[in-house]
Design a binder for this molecule. Structure first.
Ligand SMILES: Cc1cc2nc3c(=O)[nH]c(=O)nc-3n(C[C@H](O)[C@H](O)[C@H](O)COP(=O)(O)OP(=O)(O)OC[C@H]3O[C@@H](n4cnc5c(N)ncnc54)[C@H](O)[C@@H]3O)c2cc1C
Length: 350
């Protein structure tokens, strides 16, 4: 197929990266990005926790590194069954970084402007555009889950070097605490049930052994992991389809590529943009979904999320057992568990 021009709807991470990868890999293709926000109101709602679960980071490592505000060398997963709190600590090198997501996006924007046309203040419908390929990078479509967060000022030294994921009984969702540069932390709450209650986040913060001075900023948004929901809905989000006079492809949150367990979507935005550009370069756009499938083990992720909700008691018990043995000293856990904490959670369920 011949693709001469590409219109990208959305100037978030997946839209900008799609533009940049296409520009690099296929310099003959003309790319235009439409962003509905103005340059001044350009913003990102995100925890900025970059998990290199599928190795995407290898592809962008050099460009992300300048925006790393915190190198986390431990992930602390806390599971509460109401009365007991079990902590499982995973040590990993170069695995979990907290990044300045907006700074990174602005840098990509800077890099591509000149060869890519980026139009701000322009809200468009993917269906209304006339390009050989329209890329929908406009973010979450379905409110599968909702999240709120805040950037707080305070004394978070007890969490320095640790990224916290907290799961609580009776709650569909989870909390996170990502330390930023000294004296600040991004703390948030994501609820798979749909309805978010801001006071839950306030309550969580009150329960933490930290002194919080003030809330500096905050926001929220939707989690869309419909790509992983095939088993539930009987169909998967279409990543690419033919349309009148061309093609339509989806990347990032618009494709629903977000981890249902952790809400991690940055990796999916990076990988889907990259694989789409690769497919265009190879002249086989139809293979784009296969590439994504290979790099996103969706059935495992979905099962993990389901198991966690449905078998909460069993789950906590197993984690507790593990805790008794070696969870507090994770250096003894086999290498696989250290490298793949999320998969190891699945491992514990099995
Ligand atoms: C509170 C919260 C915390 C999160 N924390 C993390 C985390 O710690 N780690 C992680 O990996 N992921 C996290 N995520 C998920 C992550 O932020 C997303 O997966 C990621 O932003 C997806 O990027 P995207 O470019 O696909 O979509 P977006 O970042 O949503 O970008 C979409 C862009 O499209 C624009 N747009 C929308 N519609 C139109 C239109 N019609 N015309 C023109 N422009 C349009 C929007 O203005 C926006 O700029 C979090 C999400 C939320 C809500």
């Amino acid at each position: 197929m011949d693709i001469g021009d590409v219109g990208v709807v959305g100037g978030g991470l997946s839209g900008l990266l799609t533009a940049r990868y296409i520009d690099r890999l296929c310099p003959d293709i003309e790319v235009r990005v439409f962003e509905r926000r103005s340059r001044d109101r350009y913003r990102v709602d995100c925890g900025g926790g970059f998990i290199d679960l599928r190795g995407e980071l290898g592809r962008v490592v050099d460009e992300v590194r300048p925006f790393v505000s915190c190198m986390v060398d431990r992930s602390l997963w806390r599971f509460s069954n109401g009365s007991n709190l079990t902590e499982v600590c995973f040590k990993h090198d170069d695995f979990f970084w907290i990044i300045d997501r907006l700074g990174w996006q602005k840098k990509i924007l800077n890099d591509i402007e000149g060869s890519v046309d980026v139009v701000f203040d322009m809200e468009v419908e993917p269906g209304s555009l006339d390009f050989d390929l329209v890329v929908d990078a406009s973010g979450a479509k379905y409110q599968v889950a909702t999240a709120v967060y805040g950037v707080y000022k305070g004394d978070f030294s007890s969490f320095s070097g640790k990224a916290v994921f907290d799961y609580k009984k009776g709650l569909n969702g989870y909390y996170w605490l990502f330390p930023l540069e000294s004296g600040y932390a991004n703390i948030g709450y994501g609820d798979f049930g749909g309805e978010i209650r801001e006071q839950m986040l306030d309550r969580y913060i009150e329960s933490l052994p930290v002194d919080v001075e003030s809330k500096e900023s905050g926001g929220g948004g939707y989690f869309d992991y419909t790509y992983f929901l095939k088993d539930v809905r009987g169909k998967r989000n279409k990543l690419v389809q033919k349309r009148d006079g061309g093609w339509l492809a989806r990347v990032g949150d618009a494709a629903g590529i977000m981890d249902p367990l952790t809400g991690e979507g940055i990796g999916g935005a990076v990988s889907s943009s990259y694989h789409l550009a690769k497919s265009i370069k190879k002249g086989n756009l139809e293979k784009y979904p296969n590439r994504i499938k290979r790099h996103n083990n969706h059935s495992i992720r979905l099962k993990m999320a389901r198991h966690r909700t449905e078998n909460y008691h069993k789950f906590v018990k197993k984690i507790s057992t593990l805790d008794g043995v070696n969870a507090s000293d994770c250096y003894k856990v086999p290498k696989f568990l250290l490298k793949h904490p999320i998969r190891s959670i699945k491992f514990l369920f099995a």
